[in-house]
Structure formats: structure tokens, C-alpha cells
Design a protein around this ligand. Structure first.
Ligand SMILES: Nc1ncnc2c1ncn2[C@@H]1O[C@H](COP(=O)(O)OP(=O)(O)O)[C@@H](O)[C@H]1O
Ligand SMILES: [Mg+2]
Length: 353
């Protein structure tokens, strides 16, 4: 098998300081305040937090591989390790079949972080092209590559205007273009499209697909966009609190729900006790696994995946009315990857009818 990246038993811990407890004196003038801060900093202990636990995965050459997981689940840490930017605490990484020290990983990978703050490093009186050219010189990148990445990110149209005149979306694209100057067989993307407009995002994804399928580049992409993930990736790993909870093709993952439909029901609580029932899911006493989402003020959405749609729907309607809710809206649809993802992340067991 043509494995490009193989990760085996990877762990990562960070050493940080425990929050400690501040001691407050009644009379909080400058000297006592000073003493309390010293006391506090002495009491704080070094603690290890485990951010990645026993990560094992393999990615094929030319594969579009997605990493999904909530904030803080370890996506960025995993990508940064693969990029050779941070050392793993334990574990093996093989690239093209050869065990590779983390310090050497940068040679095979190009790490593209999301550009949340755009344009900090750029000279604002120069154009996008000139800024990219400065960076390209620094890293010995050939001239043609600048044109290529400008096309890839749709910058060519405004590439000769001063960067100072760009909108935040244009700056975000320029940041990603700069990261793309480096040409490597493995591309690691960390929520790269923040700030992109939908049509630019679509084109960017189209292009990624092309370079994976035509140029054989391996793409490992961390994202929150479940809807996009369902159709884009060949395979997906779902991370939860530093552990992989599932890996598979989107279709496979969806089928693991084992249900034929998902009911979404938007409800409005008539009184405060109804809201208490929502906060403590056990009080709602639905005998189906479900996910609650807040939709805005006084509006919540329940999602229930099930096999016997009509029967579950009737039960659901009578339960929520009994519990003090008004029903605003009901949708019955096919289960999606998002339904499966939420069932894993929210910790509700899979439906067994
Ligand atoms: N340099 C660091 N020192 C201490 N903790 C860190 C550091 N970087 C990340 N973390 C912690 O590691 C966890 C995972 O973070 P991250 O990999 O950024 O997750 P994600 O990208 O999935 O949101 C978080 O709890 C975060 O606070
Ligand atoms: Mg992240």
C-alpha cells in the first residue's frame, strides 16, 4: 500500500502552570497586593496536560484526509507536529515508509494555518505580487510559482494593487498564498478558509482536489465545516479531547449511525422549568439519543436520529408538548455526517431501535 504518512502511538503533553489560588487581603493596597501576587506565583505548580493521546492513523499518497473535532481537541497540535513545528512527546512518524525524526518533517510538508489576522508581515505600499516576490526570494522559490499561487487563490485580478487597499478577505487569501509558495508533497491545512468569500472558498477547494488527484499531493485538512467535509474528503478522522474516536470514509461514518432519518424539531419553552429540562437532558426523558442546539433567544433545536420515523415523530411531539414547549418547526431528512459527528462529540450513544 502506498502510505504517505503513518502515525503510530503519538502522544503530546504540554507543561503549563496550574492556575493556583490568589490570596486576597482585606486591605488591598499596593504592598499587600504585591505580596499576594508573589505568594500566588510561588504556589503555582508545573502540571502536564495531555493534548494528544495515542494517535494512530495512516494517510495514502494523493488522499484528501480530513481532521474534524471541536475546539481544543488537538487538531492544530497534530498538524504542527506533522509540520515539524513542535515535538511529539512519544510515538513514531513514517513518511513514505521511512521513520522520520520530527525535526525532518518540515522537508516533506507545507503547513498552511488559517489567516485570522491578515497582512501583518506585508509591506502595505507594495502590491501582492511584490510582497510574494520578497518572500519567494527569501526561500528560493522560482518566479513561476508566484504566478501559480496567485491564480490558485484568485489574487491575480488585484495582484498589482497596493496591499494597503485590500479588504480583510483579500488579505486572508494573500496570507494563504504566501504559505503556498513552498512546494511540498504533503500539504497540512489548518482551517485555512477563514475570511474567504464562499465562491473563493469553493474555487480553492476545487483546486486542492485537483492537486491531490492530478499531482498526487497528500492533503491533511483540519476543519469545522461538516457539511463540506461530507463531500470533500476521501477519509476523515474525528478527534475528541486528544483521541481519535473514529476514522473512515464519510459514507461509512454516516452509516454507522444505523438510522434511516433524522428529525429536527425547533421548540420554544413556555416556562422556565421547560428550559431546566433542556439543560439537564436526563430530565427531558426522551428514550432516544438526541442533541440539543440553541438557535437563538428562547429557541432550541432537537435532533433525533431514528429508524421508525413516524413512531418516533409522534413520541417526540407528545414529549416536548408535555414538557412545556411549543413546536415551531419540524423537518425530517436523511442523516448527515454532522448527525454522526454530534452523536460522538456530545457523547450520546448510537441509536438502536
Ligand atoms: N503551547 C501550548 N501550551 C499549553 N497548552 C497548549 C499549547 N498549545 C495548545 N495547547 C492546548 O492544547 C489543546 C489542544 O489545542 P489545539 O491543538 O489548538 O486544538 P484545536 O486546534 O483542535 O482547537 C487545548 O486545550 C490547548 O489549550
Ligand atoms: Mg486549531
Amino acid at each position: 500500500m502506498d502510505w504517505c504518512v503513518e502515525v503510530e502511538g503519538l502522544h503530546k503533553s504540554y507543561e503549563t502552570l496550574s492556575p493556583g489560588e490568589r490570596v486576597y487581603f482585606k486591605n488591598d493596597n499596593a504592598p499587600t497586593h504585591f505580596i499576594s501576587v508573589i505568594y500566588w506565583s510561588l504556589l503555582r505548580k508545573r502540571v502536564l496536560i495531555e493534548v494528544l493521546r495515542d494517535i494512530t492513523l495512516r494517510v495514502r499518497k494523493g488522499e484528501l484526509f480530513g481532521i474534524l473535532g471541536p475546539n481544543g481537541s488537538g487538531k492544530t497540535t497534530l498538524l504542527r507536529i506533522l509540520a515539524g513545528l513542535t515535538p511529539p512527546t512519544k510515538g513514531k512518524i513514517r513518511v513514505f515508509g521511512e521513520e522520520t525524526d520530527w525535526r525532518q518533517l518540515y522537508k516533506f510538508t507545507n503547513y498552511i494555518p488559517g489567516a485570522l489576522v491578515g497582512g501583518g508581515w506585508m509591506l502595505h505600499t507594495l502590491s501582492a505580487y511584490e510582497n510574494l516576490k520578497i518572500r519567494a526570494r527569501l526561500f528560493n522559490v522560482p518566479e513561476e510559482r508566484i504566478k501559480e499561487v496567485m491564480n490558485l487563490l484568485g489574487i491575480t485580478k488585484f495582484g498589482d494593487k497596493p496591499v494597503g487597499t485590500y479588504s480583510s478577505g483579500m488579505l486572508a487569501r494573500l496570507e494563504v498564498a504566501a504559505a503556498f509558495l513552498k512546494d511540498a508533497p504533503i500539504i497540512l491545512l489548518d482551517e485555512p478558509t477563514a475570511g474567504f468569500s464562499p465562491e473563493v472558498e469553493r474555487e480553492f477547494h476545487e483546486h486542492l482536489k485537483n492537486i491531490a488527484k492530478n499531482e498526487g499531493k497528500t492533503i491533511i485538512y483540519a476543519t469545522h465545516m461538516l457539511h463540506f467535509a461530507e463531500t470533500f474528503f476521501d477519509r476523515i478522522a474525528i478527534l475528541k479531547r486528544g483521541e481519535i474516536v473514529d476514522i473512515g470514509r464519510p459514507q461509512e461514518l454516516k452509516e454507522r449511525l444505523g438510522t434511516s432519518s433524522t428529525i429536527e424539531i425547533v421548540i420554544i419553552p413556555k416556562n422556565p422549568t421547560a428550559i431546566v429540562a433542556l439543560r439537564d437532558k436526563s430530565k427531558l426523558r426522551l428514550d432516544r439519543p438526541f442533541v440539543v442546539e440553541r438557535m437563538g433567544e428562547h429557541r432550541y433545536k432537537l435532533r433525533v436520529s431514528c429508524r421508525e420515523t413516524e413512531e418516533t415523530l409522534m413520541k417526540l411531539i407528545s414529549t416536548v408538548i408535555e414538557r412545556g414547549f411549543l413546536i415551531r418547526h419540524i423537518v425530517i431528512r436523511e442523516p448527515t455526517l454532522e448527525d454522526y459527528y454530534l452523536s460522538l462529540i456530545e457523547g450520546w450513544k448510537l441509536e438502536i431501535n
